[in-house]
Design a protein around this ligand. Structure first.
Ligand code: PA5
Length: 460
């Protein structure tokens, strides 16, 4: 179970303020639960865990927005895994960007062993990601890698029209078609049920497809096939992930000041609005969690950064970043607060030994677990940063596993809805993302953008 503590915050804000913001967060909670807030046609994510794990009960007409997830979705993901295993596939390229990328990447990184791709005992294909950049070198290196491997591809785009994945997929499709006679069996598309270029293409080519439900936005889609299929293909436990999310779905449905999502939403908005803390830094202490920060940044950045408002989400992965960003966090502009992901237990057992010569002067650590050093680094940093004027929120999980990660995904999504309503913005749109896209299309010469192209060229 994910636990949220509030250590360190009290010295920066007054108890009365906390009470005030908890009351505001409960109003926002009611908006989210009552489906009265802006963007309320995008609430399908709230019931994804139950819809995937127990579709019959989720459809019992409980008056909440059930996402259109077909029965047997997990089994269908497993069928793709088994079919590709039978073909000997050892490289899966997952093509997607933003919400069609970051959740899957986060889960694959968090749940795989470190150096998974380099291990000789691996029993699942390597899963790599593409379509999240427009780097010619990246795609060239990927095609070069794929040439020496038995390759398959999952292409993900809810709209089916996003440029970055479309470019990468055109190149990968051509590569797969030239190389394999069973090309259409090596490609799976995840997209809208009816609309978009990818849907048309997948239907015409006869690809196996999975659907991103209409009422689930991209950055809230990790518990749909968008996240589940890559997780299953990587040999990871998608069922446990969903079970952890379901546990959290139930826990967060309770209207209470002790609801951790209500507390998190209240405290971050309080620090933002009353203590001048405009930047929230997610802090992790495990390299496997680096992409949790990336996923979370998109979720909160795209959901809250609008109408001239919003906390800027940043992330660091310690202890590495204590040696890069640590100085700024300790002594730079005092606009920061930190949200620390505290992991209680390591899934390994490495003890530091005694060295008779002690030339490195580390014998004082002999007999200690490496994790103990990490815990003391975390504690020391917390105390130092509080002294330096950086409030700390703390979110604890027991260990980095599928169940806890599922709980974290759901926790942050739900808290994001509450927090954005408290802030007074629509969490479920992203109008600002269109500005760069229009300019890019105009500059690339896309038909229909001639007038904008002429205006932009005048400015250059
Ligand atoms: O959260 C979002 O909606 C966005 O980040 C999208 O996921 C991202 O732009 C990719 O869009 P699509 O899946 O339509 O290609």
């Amino acid at each position: 179970m994910v636990k949220v503590n509030v250590g360190g915050c009290n010295s920066f804000v007054k108890d009365a303020q906390i009470g005030n913001y908890l009351a505001k967060a409960l109003v926002a909670f009611d908006q989210l639960q009552g489906e009265e807030g802006a963007g309320n046609d995008f609430l399908g994510w709230k019931h994804l865990p139950s819809a995937v794990l127990d579709p019959a009960s989720a459809r019992e007409g409980r008056g909440y927005p059930v996402p259109a997830i077909p029965e047997g979705t997990l089994e269908a993901c497993e069928a793709v895994r088994d079919a590709w295993k039978a073909k000997g596939v050892d490289l899966v390229v997952v093509v997607g960007i933003g919400g069609s990328y970051l959740g899957a990447r986060c889960a694959v990184e968090a749940l795989s062993r470190n150096f998974a791709g380099l291990r000789s005992d691996k029993n699942a294909p390597d899963v790599v990601f593409a379509g999240n950049n427009l780097s010619e070198e990246y795609i060239a290196d990927l095609l070069d890698l794929a040439a020496g491997r038995n390759t398959a591809c999952v292409v993900i785009s809810k709209s089916g029209t996003t440029t970055e994945p479309a470019v990468a997929f055109r190149l990968l499709k051509e590569f797969i078609e030239k190389r394999y006679s069973d090309a259409s069996e090596r490609i799976v598309a995840i997209t809208d049920a009816k609309r978009g270029a990818l849907k048309t293409l997948a239907t015409q080519e006869g690809y196996r497809t999975f659907v991103v439900p209409d009422n689930v936005g991209g950055r809230f889609s990790v518990l749909t096939p968008v996240g589940l299929l890559p997780i299953v293909l990587a040999g990871l436990d998608a069922r446990a992930l969903l079970e952890g999310a379901l546990e959290m779905e139930k826990a967060l449905s309770v209207r209470s000041e002790d609801n951790p999502a209500v507390r998190y939403a209240a405290l971050r908005n309080l620090l933002y609005a009353e203590a001048g803390k405009k930047v929230e830094v997610m802090v992790t202490y495990n390299p496997k969690l680096q992409y949790l920060g990336e996923w979370w940044k998109q979720l909160y950045g795209e959901s809250e950064g609008k109408d001239g408002k919003g906390i800027f989400p940043a992330s660091v992965n310690n202890t590495a970043d204590l040696h890069s960003m640590g100085q700024f966090i300790q002594e730079g502009e005092r606009v920061l607060f930190e949200t620390v992901i505290n992991v209680e237990k390591a899934l390994a057992n490495v003890v530091i030994g005694t060295d008779p010569q002690n030339l490195d002067q580390l014998n004082y650590l002999a007999g200690q677990h490496v994790e103990h050093c990490d815990a003391m680094a975390q504690l020391g940093t917390k105390l130092a940063h509080i002294d330096g004027g950086v409030p700390q929120l703390e979110i604890s999980i027991e260990q980095v596993d599928a169940r806890n990660l599922g709980g974290l995904f759901y926790f942050f999504e739900f808290a994001c809805g509450v927090s954005a309503y408290l802030l007074g913005v629509n969490p479920f749109n992203q109008p600002g993302v269109e500005a760069y896209k229009k300019n890019m299309f105009a500059l690339l010469g896309k038909p229909g953008y001639e007038e904008l192209a002429a205006r932009l060229k005048e400015r250059l």
